[in-house]
Design a protein around this ligand. Structure first.
Ligand SMILES: Nc1ncnc2c1ncn2[C@@H]1O[C@H](COP(=O)(O)OP(=O)(O)OP(=O)(O)O)[C@@H](O)[C@H]1O
Ligand SMILES: [Mg+2]
Length: 1062
């Protein structure tokens, strides 16, 4: 990874930790210089970002760049402020804790620009909703407002922050920016009344004068000329080409509306700004007694109008001081210089307090009212270390602040790093570094520090001056290695100092302070009666800034430096509770790379120490549980759950990942990883593994779903199976019940075999007869003469014992005669009882044997001449009809006739006479067919009982063929063929039979075998006759009934339907 990182760098190394000569300051400088000349202004030391001010616009801050850095590992891309911002953001989201980015560097090094870049990055990269957009706009626009009121042009920076700013950006658990909070530190109020040459007052004054519209200026009593206001011209550079006050005014004006300043607030705010300018123009003259009197009444008028305070009250406040003596209050007049001092103090107080009000107002607008837990990223943009030609109280405070921040930096990184190693029981070679605690103590130590001495001098009674303060310092600090005064210095040093100076050897270098003004500035006195005057103001902001609740000052208020010390302590506490990230800004000197300047900054920013620690120590450390929770999917033993302690889990994990022993150390509570490359390899593996994990979770879920589906299907299958088995069992039960019935009938028939034929034994006797005849068929005597080898008939057939040989002889003879086409002349000799029937049976056999399936069952059924009890009698009433059957009645049988069109079944009787076939319904002849007009009869080869009678077309009657179904099919057809001599007309066909519905219109009947006997009209319009496989002749009536029942809606049909469904 390190090699890869170097390869990625176009110039030098992008992480100073990777420098070969990491102990050499020169090598570090060379690296920075090389990169700076290639516009590579960012370089890392581990996770610390070093940023050089390019003093020109670079094209590396576009949206495209932001997208490039979004979600990418810290070291994967060239160093950038976006990489750091992104890393802080992602760490905050994944660990759900608070962070801060400490941006430090000297004035003009680019701290404010850097913090703006971070804010812009979050504004673009965080998830957005319309609500969050609102917050984001306010966060972004709070900057120009605060800069207008808190920044000014200095000799070092045209937009120098004259206050310290710490801004918390609050995020919800999804990373949306939901709010913010700003803390401001020590505004440089003295700038309101005094600016050094080449410097300006706060931007807002110039912006108002240059940009405010005419009406506003008129209302404020201002003229569009900065030269008219003494507070704006002291630096003699009210107009600067690099600053466009007019356009900045527009930005500020619209920003104020967006961050919810009401029009009234804005009016009052500008009234205050204008009143400060008017106050600066207030002049005093000396009266006869030598006291100050107000010279220019118009200014007083504007002050009175804008602040809403009566002129006399104002005048009194500006020229008198209230003294409380015992029980009474006395107003003592000021001398002119005293009055000027009181005026400036009031101007500073008004501006300073208004600035605080402004910050609070911005905070109200940024506040997030939702109480759910949030994480924050703090941005600390605070004035950098300052060394001017003449350094005063402000520089003392600013540099003290930088000492404190350096101390924090030392505590959090160098010192805490070493201490952490010790605490964790990891071997550590101490890195020598300069601990600036000694300087912090020199400044702030209770009772002994410079601040204590200063406060003492400010508060003590008697004549305290800046010089007495210096003497006290010399008295107390004399001999301190970091403190020197003109008096205490050696010969050589003395030459570089004035008598009223003291010099501090800061961690960043020596700074000589001039004590003049220290006491005044520290006191920041505002006379009590002036405060009372301000409380009378009608301006709501002023009212708010000078509240009645303010503790009245019999007891003196805290001095400026003590307040500052307190707020710095607060800031230190805030920062100590968060995870630190650092940006060190360096000012290389207006576009050039000034080696001396940069070397100096490298030194006081502590970069070398930081680098040494980074190289000596470990680049990354994490608590075992956090490390394990993140990376446990990388090892099968730790995933999904590690049962042992977190440290054992981490050890198991790193062994599995193949960490070499010198790459990591196991501390007491944390793992320490030496090189970033090791961590990045792990992180890369984790990124890959995430997809694998997602697939596994997906697979598990899919499996779970599929299992659910399978169980449902299985349950359904079981239910279907149960129903099926139930149905089969019921079928089986019915079959058995039927079998029992058959067996019972058989047994009953057997028991009653010797009794006269009755319904109970008919079937049995038929069976016995058939059985005997079947046996007989195979055992017939071979010759007609053999009378002895006849099988013995059963007792019920004893009567055939004598006749059978006759039958046989007749049969043989008739067969011989048939074959030789001879007429049997003496056939009448056989015309005894039973001979006709045998003839008929022989005829049936010749027509159907081997051709129609149910023929064998008909063999044992004796033929009869009629199947209707008294056909003659029934026909008698119809005799007058021209259809009366002519000739003697030969045969009659009931049957079912099907309509040719709709196949509706109707019960009919068939009557055969010598001449014709009649179809009769009850007593009415429905149709007569002469044998001459009978073309033929078709039957199927299956075991159904259908016959189709084809007739010759008769024009008068217009009737077609007949579709009939007859239970005594073989008997009827045999009789028909015998009586009408139609044997050759009877055809056994397979499959379908064509018939004439009427001449020229044909229909079809399809025959087939199936699971169940059925007769129905199929979709193609054919009559479909399905005959159940193996259905016996004995049940032959059932299909007829069933067919009828299916087609006519009779009670029988319901019963049979039930039977079938069972
Ligand atoms: N990254 C950058 N790109 C372009 N210009 C920059 C960059 N950083 C700083 N500058 C330039 O440097 C100037 C000074 O920067 P900035 O105001 O941020 O300094 P600072 O460290 O905040 O100083 P101070 O302590 O006085 O407030 C800016 O006005 C801008 O012109
Ligand atoms: Mg700044």
């Amino acid at each position: 990874m390190e090699g890869a990182l170097t390869a990625r760098d176009r110039v030098g190394v992008q992480d100073l930790v990777l420098l070969e000569a990491h102990t050499s300051e020169t090598a570090l400088l060379d690296n920075l210089r090389k990169r700076f000349h290639e516009n590579l202004i960012y370089t890392y030391i581990g996770t610390l970002l070093v940023s050089l001010n390019p003093y020109k616009e670079l094209d590396t801050y576009s949206k495209k760049h932001m997208d490039t850095y979004m979600g990418v590992n810290f070291f994967e891309l060239p160093p950038h402020i976006y990489a750091l911002a992104d890393n802080v953001f992602r760490t905050m989201l994944s660990e759900f804790n608070n962070h801060f980015i400490l941006i430090s560097g000297e004035s003009g090094a680019g701290k404010t620009e850097t913090s703006k870049k971070v804010l812009q990055y979050y504004a673009v990269s965080c998830p957005n909703t319309s609500l969050l957009d609102n917050v984001r706009d306010r966060l972004l626009l709070s900057n120009p407002v605060l800069e207008a009121f808190g920044n000014a042009k200095t000799l070092k920076n045209d937009n120098s922050s004259r206050f310290g700013k710490y801004m918390d950006i609050q995020f919800d658990h999804q990373g949306g920016a939901v709010g913010g909070h700003i803390l401001s530190y020590l505004l440089e109020k003295s700038r309101v009344v005094h600016q050094n040459h080449g410097e300006r007052n706060f931007h807002i004054f110039y912006q108002l004068v240059a940009g405010g519209d005419d009406e506003l200026l008129r209302w404020l009593g201002l003229e569009r000329n900065c030269q008219n206001y003494s507070y704006l011209v002291q630096g003699d550079c009210a107009k600067v080409t690099s600053i466009n006050d007019k356009s900045n005014w527009k930005i500020v004006r619209s920003a104020l509306s967006i961050i919810e300043f009401s029009e009234k607030d804005v009016e009052q705010l500008f009234a205050i700004i204008a009143s400060v300018l008017h106050l600066g123009n207030v002049k005093f003259a000396t009266d006869a007694l030598g006291y100050a009197v107000l010279k220019n009444v118009p200014e007083l008028h504007w002050l009175s109008t804008l602040l809403g305070i009566p002129s006399q009250v104002l005048q009194q406040g500006l020229t008198h001081k209230k003294i409380e003596a015992k029980m009474e209050e006395v107003y003592s007049p000021f001398a002119v210089d005293h009055a000027l001092y009181a005026r400036d103090a009031l101007a500073k107080a008004i501006y300073g307090r208004t600035f605080n009000w402004l910050v609070n107002k911005v905070n109200e607008s940024l506040a997030n009212k939702d109480s759910s837990r949030k994480t924050v990223i703090g941005l600390l943009d605070i004035y950098g270390f300052e060394v001017f030609h003449v350094n005063s109280f402000e520089q003392f405070c600013i540099n003290y602040c930088n000492e404190k921040l350096q101390q924090l930096f030392i505590q959090l990184t160098l010192k805490s790093e070493q201490e952490e190693y010790q605490m964790e029981g990891i071997e550590w070679e101490p890195v020598p570094y300069f601990n600036n605690k000694i300087i912090c103590d020199l400044v702030e130590e209770k009772h002994r520090g410079i601040i204590s001495v200063l406060d003492e001098e400010c508060l003590r009674p008697g004549e305290a001056t800046d010089l007495t303060f210096l003497e006290k310092l010399e008295e107390k600090m004399g001999g301190h290695p970091h403190f020197v005064t003109h008096k205490l210095a050696d010969q050589k040093t003395r030459k570089t100092m004035q008598r009223g100076d003291f010099r501090l050897l800061h961690y960043a270098g020596e700074v000589t302070y001039c004590v003049v003004g220290f006491l005044d500035k520290n006191n920041d006195l505002l006379y009590r009666n002036v405060k009372e005057v301000m409380r009378q103001s009608k301006n709501t902001i002023i009212k708010h800034c000078f509240p009645y609740t303010e503790p009245d000052s019999k007891k003196r208020p805290e001095t400026v430096v003590t307040q500052f010390k307190g707020s710095l302590a607060g800031l230190t506490d805030v920062l100590m509770s968060k995870e630190p990230w650092y940006v060190r800004c360096i000012k290389p000197n207006d576009g050039r790379f000034d080696d001396v300047l940069v070397r100096h900054q490298v030194k006081y920013l502590g970069l070398m120490e930081h680098l040494r620690v980074r190289r000596a120590g470990f680049a990354y450390r994490r608590k075992y549980d956090i490390f394990l929770a993140r990376y446990k999917p990388l090892c099968p033993s730790t995933w999904p759950k590690w049962k042992g302690s977190a440290s054992e889990g981490v050890l198991c994990l790193v062994k599995h990942l193949g960490y070499k022993p010198n790459e990591y150390k196991m501390g007491r509570t944390k793992i320490f990883i030496r090189h970033p490359k090791t961590l990045f390899a792990t992180e890369d593996a984790f990124e890959l593994c995430k997809h694998d994990l997602a697939t596994r979770i997906q697979a598990k879920y899919k499996g779970y779903r599929a299992k659910g589906d399978y169980l449902k299907q299985r349950e359904a299958a079981t239910k279907i199976e149960n129903c099926w088995r139930g149905m089969m069992a019921r079928k089986e039960r019915d079959k058995r019940a039927w079998a029992v019935k058959v067996i019972k009938r058989f047994i009953k028939g057997f028991m009653m075999r010797n009794q006269p034929a009755c319904s109970d034994n008919t079937e049995y006797l038929a069976f016995v007869r058939q059985n005997y005849l079947t046996r007989l068929k195979g055992n017939l005597p071979k010759t007609l003469l053999d009378k002895n080898s006849w099988p013995t008939p059963p007792p019920i057939m004893q009567e055939v014992r004598g006749t059978l040989p006759f039958y046989l002889r007749f049969y043989y003879t008739s067969m011989v005669l048939r074959n030789s086409l001879l007429v049997v002349e003496d056939s009448q000799i056989y015309a005894e009882d039973g001979i006709d029937e045998l003839q008929f049976k022989a005829l049936t056999s010749s027509m159907f044997k081997g051709k129609k399936e149910n023929y064998p069952f008909s063999v044992c059924q004796p033929f009869q001449d009629t199947r209707i009890s008294n056909p003659h009698h029934r026909l008698t009433p119809l005799t007058p009809s021209p259809w009366q059957p002519s000739g003697s009645l030969q045969y009659s049988v009931p049957l079912v006739k099907y309509d040719r069109n709709g196949f509706r079944p109707r019960l009919r009787q068939l009557i055969l006479t010598q001449a014709a076939v009649y179809l009769v319904e009850e007593a009415k002849i429905k149709q007569r067919i002469d044998f001459n007009s009978l073309k033929g009869v078709s039957v199927s080869n299956l075991s159904d009982n259908f016959l189709i009678v084809h007739v010759v077309y008769d024009e008068t009657k217009q009737k077609g063929d007949l579709i009939l179904q007859c239970d005594y099919l073989f008997e009827a057809l045999t009789k028909l063929s015998h009586i009408g001599n139609k044997e050759s007309c009877i055809k056994v066909v397979q499959g379908s039979v064509r018939f004439d519905i009427q001449p020229g219109r044909e229909g079809f009947i399809d025959f087939k075998s199936g699971q169940e006997s059925m007769i129905y009209r199929s979709k193609n319009g054919h009559l479909m006759v399905v005959r159940m496989n193996g259905e016996s002749h004995h049940s032959s009536c059932t299909p007829i009934r069933r067919g009828i029942s299916k087609l006519i809606d009779s009670p029988v049909s319901q019963e049979s339907t039930r039977t079938r469904s069972r």
